[in-house]
Design a protein around this ligand. Structure first.
Ligand SMILES: NC(=O)c1ccc[n+]([C@@H]2O[C@H](COP(=O)([O-])OP(=O)(O)OC[C@H]3O[C@@H](n4cnc5c(N)ncnc54)[C@H](O)[C@@H]3O)[C@@H](O)[C@H]2O)c1
Length: 699
């Protein structure tokens, strides 16, 4: 952090101007809060000063709380934001808030404490606290309804969405929209307010205008309650806003405070705040400095126009980056292009893009059957069949044709990236870019760092991920990287529950009740059971003794590959995706248990969830220990964005923290001790044990 003061003070004529200068977004950290009050006191003490303007930069009046102070004692140091606002509102000289850029959260609450507000038409005003599982805690729920009415205030507070200032022109929220220089305009406004002896508008003294407020609030409770099932904050927002109608201002503030403090303690808010910070942390690589030189990526070559290649191509052209798309055969190229076109046409039909945009995007693709077009691209991404032989041919060819300084990437799901890099004479330029299916939709990108991958190649990939709107997480090289390696454990744990006596339906329902987007067997039916089976068959042939059969093998052997064959763990009616429990599957499971000498028992939903999630956590701990993931929160980001893990749980590692690591260990030990269980599988990872012994957590 710089040692620059967080505020500047100047006097223009008879008007003092306090400018907030805490980059990047004027987060309301302690120094800034002190600076505002000092500026106010200086203005009040100076007899030549008749009014005060508080303003920020072009980018931000203030973005709200300073995230760097989150969870530190500084966030609570006096003056706290509520007291800063109280001081402003109580000023005997008029205070004008002059807003450009964003005024969000505490930033908008600060402006609501002023007697007058002026803004640029395109400034964005909002109270986004609900997105962190909270509510505005510095008077926003009491002041905003007094200025814009109950309905508008409630919409803004419950959705957290910002609104352009222009929409509030002519409302008590904004006294003027300023064209031209904001501070000049604000100073003129202040001078006129003094000359005209305008009364100081203290928002706290206003009344909320809303006919039938109680009926409206009841309607709001019903609708908000119905759409926010896993999150308590939206309904608490309604309660806080309701207090602005039914109670005095001070009582309303107290209600807001109590509700805010209550939400702060909820696991859901902790999860959302964790995700907010985890997303920011993920882009940082400890040994790759922020100023590492970046390679310029102006065009991309993609090899393979199948499921992944097509989606990856769309991700780049959506960001305006031209793509050379290469296939082995004309037929496959035509098919790949047709799928891309079909995807855009479906967006066109839904009104999501225009015909002109569609044409523009498709024109960015150069289809080809020859590597000639790769001579000039800055980055190549290989998405051919998952076979090391095929990848070898591709990478040797890329090494021959691509210009020096270009990056060679593989989308492999499980092959060894270091082996792939060794096919070239430039392993420092080779990296894994592991997209998730459908690649044009899924936000997650695992950036796989090989033993020799250059730091600038890594830095370039992380920056490129942002450009194509992906959230990138760095993974080291191992079988399955972070995501698929952990998911394998999750699958194995579910299979144990299945063997022990649970049905696929019970397991899916228990996991969905926990919050996962889709239970594991429904997910398997969607993805296709043939893929996993092919992998297991290969491993069985390579090492027959280590092979442990599972029920899914029997299904695949019977041609039940999931939705695409109309049957998997469930059956499906033609053209429909609703899973229907199938007695034939129950029989296969019963036979399987008999052959293995298992007497089925009752398995509780709780046990299913504990087995599945704690198996993930245990593998996550190993991944951390081995340095495959840089930090626990990166693992959470992978699961939240790539595998449908519920946001209100904050990811598997945060969930473990919230349950308490000693409790996770107790459960793992219980599973290990069970007769017939795979004790090695359930042995707690050393890092998990160490953290628990030290009374620490993952995050
Ligand atoms: N499908 C997924 O969910 C998924 C997810 C992440 C990563 N991956 C990985 O992405 C890669 C591609 O998977 P996919 O699902 O898109 O497979 P796919 O079979 O749908 O597509 C592969 C394409 O590569 C083409 N191809 C094969 N050899 C080629 C060659 N030598 N030159 C040019 N084109 C060639 C094929 O014609 C085919 O169109 C694999 O490494 C896979 O492990 C897949």
């Amino acid at each position: 952090m710089s040692n620059q003061p967080s505020t500047q003070y100047e006097v223009r004529g008879a008007v003092a101007v306090v400018t907030l200068t805490n980059p990047p977004v004027n987060g309301l950290g302690h120094a800034l809060r002190v600076g505002i009050v000092e500026g106010l006191d200086r203005a009040l003490a100076d007899p030549k000063v008749t009014a005060l303007v508080i303003t920020g930069t072009d980018r931000a009046f203030s973005g709200g709380a300073d995230v760097r102070e989150f969870g530190t004692p500084k966030s609570g140091w006096e003056p706290n934001l509520g007291n800063v606002i109280k001081a402003i509102e109580g000023s005997s000289k008029p205070v004008v808030a002059a807003i450009a850029g964003v005024a969000l959260g505490g930033g908008l609450e600060l402006a609501l404490g002023a007697h007058f507000r002026v803004a640029k038409a395109d400034a964005q005003l909002g109270l986004p606290e609900v997105k962190l599982g909270l509510l505005p805690g510095a008077g926003g729920t009491q002041r905003l309804p007094r200025l814009v009415g109950l309905e508008t205030a409630l919409n803004m507070i419950v959705s957290g969405a910002p609104v352009p200032a222009a929409k509030f022109a002519g409302t008590p929220l904004l006294d003027a929209i300023i064209d031209g220089d904001l501070v000049d305009g604000a100073v003129k406004f202040a001078e006129k307010a003094v000359a005209d002896k305008l009364p100081l508008k203290r928002v706290r003294d206003l009344k909320v205008k809303q006919p039938n407020a109680e009926a409206f609030l009841q309607f709001a409770r019903n609708t908000v309650g119905a759409v926010s099932k896993n999150f308590p904050a939206p309904l608490k927002c309604v309660e806080a806003v309701a207090a602005s109608v039914g109670k005095s201002f001070d009582e309303g503030l107290k209600t807001e405070r109590d509700l805010f403090l209550g939400l702060m303690q909820t696991p859901e808010s902790r999860a959302l705040r964790h995700i907010f910070q985890a997303e920011r942390a993920a882009s940082k690589i400890s040994d790759v400095p922020e100023d590492t030189p970046i390679r310029d990526i102006k065009s991309v070559g993609i090899i393979g126009a199948g499921t992944m290649g097509g989606g990856i191509a769309m991700s780049f052209i959506n960001a305006g980056i031209p793509v050379v798309l290469l296939e082995a055969k004309q037929e496959a190229l035509d098919k790949g292009l047709a799928t891309i076109r079909k995807n855009y046409e479906s967006s066109l039909k839904k009104g999501k893009i225009t015909q002109a945009k569609l044409d523009e995007r498709l024109a960015l693709i150069t289809p080809t059957l020859s590597y000639d077009g790769f001579k000039n691209v800055d980055l190549a991404i290989e998405a051919v069949f998952e076979s090391i032989e095929v990848k070898e041919t591709v990478f040797k060819t890329l090494d021959e044709v691509m210009k020096p300084g270009s990056i060679l990437a593989s989308n492999t799901s499980a092959l060894n990236l270091d082996q792939i890099a060794a096919f070239t004479k430039r392993p420092q330029d080779v990296i894994g870019l592991h997209f998730f299916s459908p690649a044009n939709v899924m936000r997650l990108l695992e950036v796989v760092r090989g033993a020799k991958t250059g730091k600038d190649v890594l830095a370039t990939s992380m920056q490129l991920a942002k450009k194509i709107k992906k959230i990138a997480v760095v993974s080291g090289v191992c079988d399955g990287f972070i995501g698929n390696r952990i998911v394998a454990r999750y699958g194995a744990a579910a299979n144990e529950a299945l063997n022990a006596g649970a049905s696929p339906q019970q397991i899916d329902k228990a996991l969905e009740k926990f919050g996962l987007a889709m239970g594991i067997y429904r997910m398997g039916d969607l993805a296709g059971l043939d893929i996993g089976y092919a992998g297991r068959k290969r491993r069985k042939e390579a090492n027959p003794d280590a092979y442990i059969p599972i029920v899914a093998d029997r299904l695949a052997e019977a041609g039940r590959f999931g939705q695409k064959t109309g049957a998997g763990f469930y059956k499906y009616e033609a053209g429909k995706r609703d899973p229907i429990p199938d007695p034939a599957v129950d029989q296969m499971i019963t036979d399987f248990r008999k052959e293995r000498g298992i007497t089925p028992r009752k398995v509780s939903d709780e046990e299913i969830v504990e087995r599945a999630i704690f198996a993930m956590v245990n593998e996550g701990a190993r991944i951390l220990e081995e340095g495959i993931a840089q930090r626990a929160s990166d693992i959470d980001i992978v699961y939240l964005n790539g595998y449908g893990f519920p946001a209100h749980r904050g990811g598997p590692m945060l969930y473990a923290d919230q349950v308490g690591l000693p409790n996770v260990i107790r459960a793992l030990k219980r599973f290990a001790a069970e007769p017939g269980s795979d004790a090695k599988f359930w042995t707690p990872a050393p890092l998990l044990v160490k953290l628990a012994e030290e009374g620490k957590s993952f995050n």
